[in-house]
Design a protein around this ligand. Sequence first.
Ligand code: NAI
Length: 294
Amino acid sequence: MTAIFSVVGIVGTGAMGRGIAQMAAQAGSQIVLFDLQSGAAQAARDALAETWQKLVAKGKLDAAKQQSYLERIRLAETLSDLGQCDLVIEAIVEKLEVKQRLFSELEGIVPATTVLATNTSSLSVTAIGAALQHPQRLAGYHFFNPVPLMRVVEVIAGIKTDPAVCQRLVGYTRQYGHTPVVAQDTPGFIVNHAGRGYGTEALRVAGERVADFATIDRILRDQIGFKLGPFELMDLTALDVSHPVMESIYRQYYDEPRYRPSVITAQRLAGGVVGRKVGEGFYTYEQGQAQVPA
Ligand code: NAI
């Protein structure tokens, strides 16, 4: 199978960037990793090597494939090293001006045919594209964490996005076995819009002291059938990621009360009690296991 994009640049090699790089390498693309922070791209490559090694140890990947995936990953010293890419995906900080600056810099580096994609979860793809000379080449390409396990990927068309760009991303997504869903550019797209009420309503129930976090989680998980309760989910995503998304969607819908963020998450974020990754959120964690409601 020939990959729809032969050389894929990943800018920002944190949690999301490295997961996206894994998928792109598995689709058969050559990968170029770039991160502003020194050593971050190398750390991402090491983490990918470890991931593939674990899959080999579990018998889920053969050693020859593991080697070929690893050989596809190159590290970029500067952004200019992305000049050969026919797709560049950014997974950097969630700030409009920073993303706009990156893409307009990239336009001076890559050919006019290169597709540009943003993994933003809450910003307007149209607004990011407004800084570009050729906004038709930019689409939203929204993955979920952890990328290899979360099989849905939203492909988002901004007002000026060329539909052919979305179609190429849809086909590419299928090449690594994920499920593409095309969404129009609206705040939260599909998943973070339709799923918003799950967290905000649970926070209201807790805020009104109808039940505690653990009870709400248990009922929604065991009785209604969700995989994770809303507080377990917020702990997994982490409030430093999800609370700003809540704020952004609320603002973009002109303060629509249904999307109002909660003071509960605002306070917890201010106190650094953000979730599983710091060992403490709505629950406390030891070695990745939930212990007691905090
Ligand atoms: P992260 O903090 O783990 O990684 C971000 C990386 O980008 C860091 O290594 C940082 O050094 C690098 N970076 C920052 N500014 C840069 C720049 N101007 N040029 C090059 N590299 C730069 O963040 P994470 O979780 O990987 O998220 C990245 C993006 O993906 C954000 O826009 C976020 O909204 C979006 N996203 C995150 C999800 C999540 O659950 N973490 C889910 C879906 C989207």
